[in-house]
Structures are given as structure tokens and as C-alpha cells.
Design a protein around this ligand. Structure first.
Ligand code: MG
Length: 377
């Protein structure tokens, strides 16, 4: 069987990225970018070995990133070309038939593309995934537009680039120290035949913070959480629903302000991000929360959502009772929830229903509330 190793180049400092963390270690949906990249290869059935060229300063963060992955590492050099040569030399101890060289900062690599790059090596010394240039290309001098560049022979090169191992090792050894920007260029320099395979527009290279933000948006998903709560009536002259005081012949009993609507809404948001329930975050046994406004509870849930890089798309609350009548206060409740969460009123819905005199709400023993939260994470 043909043995195919992968060399992932992750030794760069990412000067164009900003921040203290090299881009390959930036978090992407709760996972380091490099981890996602490596996972694509370690989970592929035709890859026999994965080696990562890292910067010596990144030893600790790499060790943490690679936990649970079957990968090895080698220290890279001052340039990308140097890092690749060092990686190839490390693989030469137990030389594979093929090697794929891949940028650590391209986390969206698909199994299909890995297969295509490997398949191409049955007929050539090297394979290069390419995507078409769709925009018109111009030569410019400062802000003056000059000639239009014909693009019919131009493509954009991606990675992984695949090579027969002995050919790429020989080429890299021979042209070490030259500043060639990718490995296909090293093979071209050595006069070896490299063929193209169809690349993948989704296989983007993360170079700037904007790239990372775009990728995060592409990978975001919609989640839904639901919440339910009940509080019973006791003596008093008002209830608090969605943070709005509503005069009534009774009050709702509860440890906090007993805002049954905000409690259901809090649980809905917590549910959407799998963060447990309100009782877990604010135990009724804790004296701290006696009489507390429920704003705090829902703001905390919303903060947890934000910390996960998520945002509230919509919150739909249904209050279930015969009395008090919710209708006259509905808009005030929408405004109140929007203000508490700092979101637009268009993202909040408050509805009410009776149970036609049936059950505990029908008998006027208390109020129930349901909520559904839709979030993007
Ligand atoms: Mg409650």
C-alpha cells in the first residue's frame, strides 16, 4: 500500500495577523485553528503520518493544541522553505511514498481535496490544487490604473500540495536557501512535472483578523433553547413580569422577584448554549438572591452566550395565566426585555394566553411561562 505522510507548516509568526497569538493558534469555534487543520488529516484513512513544523517558541501551546491527536512535531526554520526542508528531512528517517505539504492556517481542508491531491500523484511527481481567478486583474501605478492582465492562464494555488517524497526532498535539498513561496515552485525549479487538480474555494488561508471573522461567520450555526417556569400566587399587590411591575390582587412567591417570564427566558438562553439551568447558576438556597431582580439572571445567561462568541437572534416568551391581563403591558414588557439584554425590540416577542379556566393557571393559583431562544453561535 502507498504510504502518504503529511507535513503541516505552522512555524510562522503571522505578522499580518496582529495580536500576540500566531494565527494558527487562534480560536475558531472553540477549537484552535491548527487543531481543526490537523484533525482533517488525522481522521483521513489514507494518511499514515502527520508531522507539524512549529516555531520553537510555540512548543507549549502546540503541545496543548495537539492533545488527543496522533501527530509529531519538528522545529521549523527562519523561512517557510526552510521549515519544509526540515520537515522533509525529519520524514526521511522512514520515508513515505508521498508527502502532502499543507499550510497550518488552512483549516477548511476537505477529505475530497486530500483524495484528489493523492490521486494525481499516480501520474505526476507533484499535484497542485488550484482555483480560478474570477476578478479582472489590473496593473496599477499608485492609484492610476494601467493595463488589464489576461487571466485565462492564471489560477490561484492552494495547499495541500502533493509530491512523490524522493522528488520533493531532492528538490528542496538542491534549492535550499532560495526564497520560493511554495513547494510547487521548488519542483518547477527542479524541472519536475506538477499537475493541477481542482481546488476548493472553501479552503481559505487565514491571514488577517478579517479572514478569521469571515470563517467564524461561515461556521456559525443556529441553535434553539427552550425554558419553562411556574410560580404560585401569595399575598401581595403586584407581580413582576418581564421586569415590568403589574398591579394585581396577589404577588408571585419565589426566592427572587419571582419574574416567571424572565426565568423561563433565562433557561431558554442557557439551554441554547448547553449551559445548564437557572437553579444551577443562581441556587435558591443562596441568600444573595433573595428578592433579587431577575434582570441579573437573564443578563448572566446572555453574557455566557456572548462569551461563546454567540448572539441572540430572537427570544419568544409566552405568559400563561387568567389574570392579570398581559395585553395592556405587552409592549412595555418587550421594551423592558430589550433594554435588559441590550438588543433591538425586534428580537423580542412577548405573548400571553389563558388556559380557558383549566388547570392551576385556570384556577388562578399561579402563573406559568414558556420561552424559546434562537441564537447564532
Ligand atoms: Mg422561577
Amino acid at each position: 500500500m502507498t504510504r502518504c505522510a503529511v507535513l503541516v507548516v505552522a512555524a510562522g509568526r503571522g505578522q499580518r495577523f496582529g495580536g500576540s497569538l500566531p494565527k494558527q493558534y487562534a480560536p475558531l469555534k472553540g477549537e484552535r485553528l491548527l487543531h481543526r487543520t490537523l484533525r482533517a488529516f488525522t481522521s483521513h484513512p489514507n494518511i499514515s503520518r502527520v508531522l507539524v513544523a512549529i516555531h520553537p517558541d510555540d512548543s507549549a501551546i502546540f503541545a496543548e493544541t495537539a492533545v488527543g491527536l496522533e501527530v509529531q512535531s519538528v522545529f521549523g526554520g527562519a523561512t517557510r522553505q526552510d521549515s519544509v526542508l526540515r520537515g522533509l528531512e525529519a520524514l526521511a528517517d522512514d520515508p513515505p511514498d508521498y508527502v502532502l505539504v499543507h499550510d497550518g492556517a488552512r483549516p477548511m481542508i476537505s477529505a475530497r481535496l486530500i483524495d484528489a491531491v493523492i490521486d494525481g500523484l499516480s501520474t505526476a511527481e507533484g499535484t497542485l490544487p488550484v482555483v480560478p481567478v474570477v476578478d479582472t486583474l489590473k496593473k496599477v501605478d499608485g492609484d492610476a490604473v494601467g493595463a488589464t492582465v489576461p487571466r485565462d492562464q492564471l489560477v490561484r494555488a492552494q495547499t495541500p500540495q502533493g509530491f512523490r517524497f524522493s522528488a520533493i526532498l531532492a528538490a528542496h535539498r538542491k534549492y535550499a536557501g532560495e526564497s520560493l513561496t511554495d513547494d510547487a515552485a521548488v519542483m518547477e525549479r527542479a524541472g519536475q512535472r506538477v499537475i493541477t487538480v481542482i481546488g476548493d474555494e472553501a479552503n481559505v488561508k487565514v491571514t488577517t483578523m478579517d479572514d478569521l471573522a469571515r470563517l467564524t461567520a461561515v461556521l456559525s450555526e443556529t441553535r434553539i433553547g427552550q425554558g419553562f417556569d411556574v410560580h404560585k400566587f401569595g399575598p401581595g399587590d403586584h407581580v413582576t413580569l418581564c421586569g415590568v411591575k403589574v398591579p394585581h390582587a396577589n404577588a408571585l412567591e419565589g426566592h427572587s422577584d419571582a419574574d416567571v417570564a424572565l426565568h423561563a427566558a433565562t433557561d431558554a438562553i442557557l439551554g441554547a448554549i448547553g449551559a445548564g439551568d437557572i437553579g444551577q447558576h443562581f441556587p435558591p438556597s443562596d441568600e444573595k438572591w433573595r428578592g433579587a431582580p431577575s434582570d441579573k439572571f437573564i443578563q448572566h445567561a446572555h453574557e455566557l452566550l456572548t462569551q461563546q462568541g454567540g448572539s441572540l437572534v430572537h427570544l419568544d416568551i409566552t405568559i400563561i395565566c387568567e389574570r392579570p391581563k398581559v395585553g395592556p403591558h405587552r409592549q412595555a414588557m418587550v421594551n423592558s426585555v430589550a433594554r435588559i439584554l441590550g438588543v433591538g425590540g425586534g428580537r423580542i416577542s412577548v405573548k400571553a394566553t389563558t388556559t380557558e379556566g383549566l388547570g392551576f393557571t385556570g384556577r388562578g393559583e399561579g402563573i406559568a411561562a414558556q420561552a424559546v431562544a434562537t441564537v447564532r453561535v
